[in-house]
Design a binder for this molecule. Structure first.
Ligand code: UD1
Ligand code: MG
Length: 501
């Protein structure tokens, strides 16, 4: 089967420099949603991948395809056809014709209808198949909408057979009242399609070559038109403006929230969660309001996520508590650990079980073994931390010398006093204690106290006294202004004399 995705339009109603099909829904460009579905429908064995018709912002769309195929090799099958001038959906499909196999039917998808599912498309493709004894048909995905504004309307005759599609801008008041709309998604016999597309005329309100006009041509040629609808209306929603994009995002997120709750996840408010990727949860996971999940995130059973956390490409173990406003990316969090509030785990943070990372602590590219703690204001980067280690408030691993990164090794049962700097590369031996304020530049031996601190001294001290400001008084304009000086020296000496007494 041929699949063509129309994606050359500018999306004027978006008022954006970005081509419309690259606007994101649930963190992914609209076009990526459509292509992922198209690729899974075609299967791995398909000879020709989907053809994307590009035009407005073609370079950006091509760059997106190239970058995506680096992450997901299945995208390397996708090819493009250029529609240099955007003269309508029919004209767009015409540009893809040379790439199509005439022996196979053609499925047309729209780059701005992102949530269409494989299930619905499979149903549509089957509908176009020659039912026993009949020629293959033209299958059209339609939808009955309470508010059909903006869409092309499906026109049927008295028997209910489809006779054509009329665009809203060309419709009569009676046609505008029709609630069955064209989703734009259809399966067509390719050899006939060639003929029909070449016969299109742009004599309509928008002066465009409408793909929708081929329906009436098919009727004329006696090709049967069959229609079906998607189970969920959101599958067929087209995105033309920012409010439609925002509305579809909320609908999509609510669907995801409902799926999570069906799977046994507690959500404080299903309207206040955003999943931009995949979120896998064990039983009895609970998620407070305002959390954002990006990429692939796994939360094991019993984990609790506090409000306003952002978690990206991370694996969180059983019974973990992640408190409010924590930011976790590319990290592994072991079972029963406690993170946050206001903690930041950066890529390569690999925490074992029962690790505590508290407020304003940042961990990057570091392994922290079981039962270790860094509860307040610390930076642990490029480090290997053993078990039962206590990292005091304000401790920093100085891992970067301005050119290279170096490693810090902290062995089991180490106690690091507050405000310590570990200048890497450096090793703290098992059971060592570092006194508060230490700047560690050499390895600290095991089981000893290491302190590097200036010696504490005390002396008599007189605090400086604040100097009074000069007061400038202005006299008559002809005379010089005089400066009244208040001698602060006198005041200071008087006071000191008093104090001495
Ligand atoms: C189109 C349909 C309308 C349908 C609606 C469904 C036509 C004439 N109208 O209207 O019946 O109800 O979609 O969402 O087909 N495109 C190109 N090249 C162009 C013009 C558009 O590639 O020259 C692409 C766009 O990038 C977009 C898709 O085709 O992905 C649809 O174009 P758009 O302008 O959004 O059409 P609608 O007005 O939504
Ligand atoms: Mg549209």
């Amino acid at each position: 089967m041929n699949i063509v995705i129309l994606a050359a339009g500018q999306g004027k109603r978006m008022k954006s420099a970005l081509p419309k099909v690259l606007q994101t829904l649930a963190g992914k460009p609209l076009l990526q949603h459509v292509l992922s579905t198209a690729l899974s429908l075609q299967g791995k064995q398909a000879k020709n991948g989907p053809v994307v018709v590009v035009g407005h912002g073609a370079a950006d769309v091509k760059t997106f395809l190239l970058n995506t195929s680096k992450e997901d090799p299945s995208f390397s099958k996708v090819t493009t056809a250029l529609q240099a001038e955007q003269k309508g959906t029919g004209h767009a499909l015409l540009q893809a014709l040379p790439k199509l196999d005439v022996q196979e039917p053609t499925l047309v998808l729209y780059g701005d209808v992102p949530l269409i599912t494989k299930k619905t498309l499979t149903k549509l493709v089957k509908l176009a198949d020659g039912v026993r004894g009949q020629d293959s048909a033209l299958a059209l995905l339609t939808q009955n909408l309470r508010n059909p504004i903006g869409y092309g309307r499906i026109v049927r005759d008295a028997d209910g057979s489809v006779t054509g599609i009329v665009e809203e801008k060309d419709a009569t008041p009676a046609q505008i009242a029709i609630q069955e709309i064209n989703t734009g998604i259809m399966v067509l016999p390719t050899s006939s399609l060639k003929k029909w597309l070449k016969a299109l005329r742009a004599s309509n309100a928008q002066g465009e070559y409408y793909l929708t006009d081929v329906i009436a041509m098919a009727v004329k040629d006696g090709v049967p038109i069959r229609t079906t609808q998607a189970d969920d209306e959101c599958e067929t929603v087209g995105v033309n403006s920012r409010d439609q994009l925002a509305a579809l995002e909320r609908t999509h997120q609510l669907n995801i929230a409902n799926q999570l709750m069906d799977a046994g996840v507690s959500l404080a408010d299903p309207a206040r969660i955003d999943v931009r990727g995949t979120l896998e949860c064990g039983t009895d996971v609970s998620i407070d309001v305002g959390c954002v999940f990006e990429g692939c995130v796994t939360l094991d059973a019993g984990t609790k996520i506090g409000p306003y956390c952002v978690i990206r490409n991370s694996v969180v173990g059983k019974g973990v508590a992640i408190h409010a406003y924590s930011h976790i990316e590319g990290a592994k969090v072991g079972a029963q650990s406690v993170i946050g509030p206001y903690a930041r785990l950066r890529p390569g943070a690999d925490l074992s079980n029962d690790v505590h990372i508290g407020n304003f602590v940042e961990v990057k590219n570091s392994k922290i073994a079981a039962n270790s703690k860094a509860n307040h204001l610390a930076y642990v980067g490029d480090s290997i931390v053993g078990s039962r280690v206590n990292i005091g408030a304000g401790t920093i691993t100085c891992n970067y010398d301005g050119v290279n990164k170096h490693q810090t090794i902290i062995e089991d049962d180490v106690f690091i006093g507050s405000d310590t700097q570990l200048v890497a590369p450096v090793r703290v031996g098992r059971g060592a204690t570092l006194g508060a304020g230490t700047t560690l530049t050499k390895d600290a031996p095991a089981n000893q106290l290491t302190v590097s601190r200036a010696k504490q001294i005390s002396m008599q001290w007189q605090r400086p006294v604040k100097q009074e400001k000069k007061i400038i008084t202005k006299k008559a304009p002809t005379k010089k202004s005089t400066v009244k000086k208040v001698s602060t020296k006198k005041i200071a000496t008087k006071k000191t004399a008093k104090a001495k007494k």
